[in-house]
Unconditional design. Sequence first.
Length: 330
Amino acid sequence: MNRREFLITSAAVGLAAPAHAAQGREELPFRQVHLDFHTSELIGDVGADFDAGEFAATLKAARVNSINVFAKCHHGYAYYDTKLAARHPALKVDMLGQMIEACHANGIHVLYYYSLVWDVLASRRHPEWLATTREHQRIGGPPTDAWPWLCMNTPYLDQVAAENEELVAKYKVDGAWFDILKQNSDGCFCQWCVADRAKLNLKDDPASIKIHNKLVAKRVEERLNSVVHKRFPAGLTFYNSRLVVGVRDELDYYSHIEIESLPTGGWGYTHFQQRVRYMRTLGKDMVGMTGRFHKSWGDFGGLKNQAALDFECLNFVLRGRSTPPARPPG
Ligand SMILES: [Zn+2]
């Protein structure tokens, strides 16, 4: 059996009886790329040589039939024509609009990427929206070199919802990919969270913090899902960074699950293999995301060789088959 035959055989095994069949949904596209472009305002030529036709043709030649493309990145910049959001200062074209149009013309499914908790620009414009620890410290941002964490329980959520309403009103998409729905497990002590817990008669002990964190996360998911589904009832929705212990009662907000397994940055080579075994019990179809950073990333740029990539891709296929939930959500 050669490599190609092995891959085809494995794919047939992995796709038997997927969860979407039971849920009456369309099958997820098989081959997806997640573009990851977080671009600061210091980059002066964003999209200068962009050619949508060449972009879509490259994807098509690689047999890609789904892609996550950037609407808003961790720096807080938008890559589309917008009346509400902060368009990247160097961008001269409607990059998102052109990518969507060219991909759809080639039968490629498009989800837009939108960064939630990490937004450098919003953290500068509204430091009061930053997530705050019990000791009144901000999380991430200067003087550290970590991304600043915004609290989704502040008026930032109104800004996020409005920007997403504009996005789905303007562009025909197949879904939304929301990144970084993270929370401080010890709670947020910004003015909105403190007032919210007082109103709800919740204290600051670990059990109450856990209840409040869950409430805040579900509010975000409920609100953004309704924005997307009002326009696109069958639109896919996924919240990255939120797949934590106790997430089962939020899974109605997830059309599917995506798992990252990049070689460095905390994931490691064994991340996917252990994580997929937990996630496959949640009753959702899964997308596996392997990858390799460019060597120009220096120490952060772990590289995977062909054998490692083959191994991970086969794991996606073999383990991606969902099994029914071990217990009902909730
Ligand atoms: Zn807060």
